[in-house]
Design a protein around this ligand. Structure first.
Ligand SMILES: *[C@@H]1O[C@H](CO)[C@@H](O)[C@H](O)[C@H]1NC(C)=O
Ligand SMILES: [Cu+2]
Length: 161
């Protein structure tokens, strides 16, 4: 392959790779999985969850997972939406608080099998103060322009060599 072609391939990979690897997959509870008597507050405390990231709940029956609201989380009341596969893959599609509980027996109420996280990013992020130079929208646009410029520059260099 010609050097110029290699450069173009490199430019494309360098541009696409960061975007493709941005989503993070979290195994809830890590090697403890989704179980009774695991401190999910502690588990979540050192993590930043972004829109597009993935939660994987790993467990054996009779556990399950319900997505609930703040009230359901507080009172440990399972709601409409549940999973039971034991390897539940949940994509964090929207920003904001997300609450999950185990709906079996007293696992949530007595054994603390509940998880609350805050998903960052997207439109529901707090509106930046007027004149704030760190506005999300502006930096997003700046970063896509950056990627386009990098690719264009690499392509031009590639064609000249
Ligand atoms: C879940 O917790 C129970 C009770 O503490 C324990 O016996 C069991 O081994 C745990 N399961 C996993 C997969 O860690
Ligand atoms: Cu359970």
């Amino acid at each position: 392959m010609k050097t110029s072609h290699l450069l173009i391939v490199f430019a494309i990979v360098a541009t696409i790779l960061p975007a493709a690897t941005m989503a993070t997959e979290y195994i809830v509870g890590d090697d403890k999985g989704w179980n009774v008597s695991v401190d999910y507050n502690a588990w979540a405390s050192d993590k930043v969850f972004n829109v597009g990231d993935i939660l994987v709940f790993k467990y054996d029956p009779p556990h399950n997972v319900y997505s609930v609201d703040a009230e359901g989380f507080k009172n440990c009341t399972p709601s409409q939406k549940g999973w039971t596969s034991g390897n539940d893959i949940i994509t964090l599609a929207t920003p904001g608080k997300k609450w999950y509980i185990c709906g079996f027996g007293q696992h949530c109420a007595t054994y603390g099998q509940k998880l609350v996280i805050t998903v960052q990013g997207g439109d529901a992020a707090p509106a930046p103060a007027p004149g704030d130079p760190n506005q999300n929208g502006a930096s997003g646009i700046a970063s896509s322009w950056y990627q386009i410029i990098v690719v264009a520059a690499m392509a031009v260099v590639g064609l000249l060599i």
